[in-house]
Design a protein around this ligand. Sequence first.
Ligand SMILES: [Zn+2]
Length: 175
Amino acid sequence: MTENTEKPDPKESKQEQSYEKMAAKARELFAASSEKTLASLEKAIEGAREHLVKLGEVTQQESSHLKFYLRRDLEQSAKHFQSMSEQARKKFNAENLQAGFMDLTAQLAHGASEMFLRLADWAESGSSYHTGQVTAPGILKCRNCGKTMNFKKTGNIPPCPGCRSTHFVKLNSAA
Ligand SMILES: [Zn+2]
């Protein structure tokens, strides 16, 4: 069973907006970097984090959380991309370019696909998702009861609607 999660809590939606801003800034910095390597992506994400702190958008602590979420989500998207056929890769994210995160992953998939595939092995942030964190669009499955939640856009993770557990894994949706 899949439930949509739409929560208008102002604090949560601010965190989501900051996440998308960080993704958009990382995309801009990565696009401007001469090398398309994992190191330059890492630098772009760090630059985006510093940018949000400098703007007063988020605190240092919030920015480290957002950076962690962004890296984790990019790594998961890269794993998904890795599992796709050549044809599916060409269409990857093509119809969903409005949001910062999707825009960033599309840029990586199409403009730096070799690097993006290597990102799939960038496993240090793991694939663990917890209540209270922000996640990019996708399906999260409860580790306890197996119930799934479908995030159509970047959102804040609530407790499991089935069992109130707070631990989830991300499922790769069909390509
Ligand atoms: Zn559950």
